[in-house]
Unconditional design. Structure first.
Length: 401
């Protein structure tokens, strides 16, 4: 496995990743997919905790081979002064630093933006934390589960009248990572095109979730409306829901476009609803959503999922099934767009992993293998900043590496 790209839109950029688990490493992974040289700093002996999360194979989680692909692993103890000195040396050659420690941690180590910018004014630092780098909750620990609730997402997710549920993925962390990548690309433009210097990007987990909440705030401000859980539907848009089929499965139908609604009603034999002037626009349909949903369900209950999908596709009504990961891996659309790839790991085994998003026509993203072994690139990277064999031996003896 090689951790470097020979091409890519971000080729030539060096990223120093000091994040752990999900948000920071996800942002760095995205940059690495498109050619950035990502040097991942991990604690010696144990590495990033993600190495052992969820479904380990031996000592390494298979998730690791998605989150850490294209990266170079360097094992350095950031709690030791000599380890901090090594990171400062690496920062001299870096374009971007990514971290997701609790605010104040890097300041204690002298590795915060102010310290690093003093030695490298061009550096761009992405800082991801639960509540951001300031405000009254700055110092509180903040994980994705808390951010998803504070951002408003958790409340509206679930069945009406039942306890709110959490989505089965760390969506708050991943959203924050993507917001961080957007910030990095804007900061790079400012630095490299507009002639500016580096800067610090402050991403809070809860704010990244909050940014997805559409019109919730103005709706509340103007009308006092609080968006409530809507199960498999979505409040204020009709019809769009999951409808039962005769084979016990569910079909997802999005008939909320005005002309789409008319085609859907014709298909299910309810032209009376399709031509009803009161239902011609979304507000009128929302007022009678239960009636509409029952009409659609009366039709879907008479057909299998496959029959529903075929009929809906024939008249141009957006529809789909609920995918399991098995469905995803076996799906021809995923395969056609190279979204399920089989890679060879360091131990010679093969593993299916997700492909690269987004797809660029001229400079597409790329990866060859999975994640690196812990400290696999320590000597290679440190020799690149002038650390010789004698000093490497001393640093190892002190547990710095």
């Amino acid at each position: 496995m090689t951790a470097k790209h020979s091409a890519g839109p971000l080729a030539g950029l060096r990223v120093l990743e000091m994040g752990t688990l999900i948000a920071g490493p996800f942002a760095a992974k995205t940059l690495a997919d498109f050619g950035a040289d990502v040097i991942k700093i991990e604690p010696p002996g144990i590495g990033d905790p993600l190495r052992s999360w969820r479904a380990p194979e031996g000592e390494t989680s298979v998730w690791w081979h998605v989150q850490a692909r294209n990266k170079r692993s360097v094992a350095i103890d950031l709690r030791q002064e000599e380890g901090q000195d090594l990171v400062r040396q690496l920062a001299l050659q870096a374009d971007i630093v990514i971290e997701n420690f609790r605010p104040g941690t890097l300041e204690q180590w002298g590795l915060d933006y102010e310290h690093l910018a003093a030695i490298n004014p061009k550096i761009i630092m992405l800082r991801i934390s639960g509540y951001g780098q300031d405000g009254p909750r700055r110092d509180l620990p903040g994980f994705g589960v808390v951010a998803e609730a504070m951002g408003g997402f958790r409340y509206i997710t679930g069945i009406p009248g039942e306890p709110p549920v959490r989505p089965g993925i760390s969506i708050g962390d991943s959203l924050s990572a993507l917001h961080g990548v957007i910030g990095i690309l804007m900061a790079l433009y400012h630095r490299d095109v507009a002639g500016g210097q580096g800067q610090m990007i402050d991403v809070a987990l809860y704010e990244s979730v909050f940014n997805m909440m559409e019109g919730a705030v103005p709706e509340y401000d103007r009308y006092g409306a609080i968006r409530e859980p809507a199960g498999s539907a979505i409040q204020g848009i009709a019809p769009t829901n999951a409808y039962p089929c005769s084979d016990g499965r569910y079909v997802l139908i999005a008939g909320n476009g005005d002309s789409i609604f008319r085609r859907l009603m014709q298909l299910i034999g309810r032209e009376d609803l399709g031509h009803d002037p009161a239902l011609a626009r979304n507000p009128g349909r929302v007022a009678r959503v239960e009636e509409i949903d029952e009409a659609i369900a009366a039709w879907t209950r008479q057909h299998t999922l496959a029959q529903c999908l075929s009929a809906l596709a024939a008249v141009g009504v957006p529809a789909g099934k609920i995918y399991t990961v098995k469905d995803i891996v076996e799906d021809e659309q995923y395969a056609a767009r190279d979204m399920i790839r089989s890679v060879t790991l360091n131990d010679g085994s093969t593993l299916k992993v997700p492909g690269v998003v987004p797809k660029l026509s001229a400079t597409p993203g790329h990866f060859n293998g999975g994640g690196p072994d812990l400290g696999q690139h320590t000597e290679e990277v440190l020799r690149g900043i002038g650390v010789d064999d004698e000093r490497l031996a001393v640093l190892r003896s002190k547990g710095v590496l």
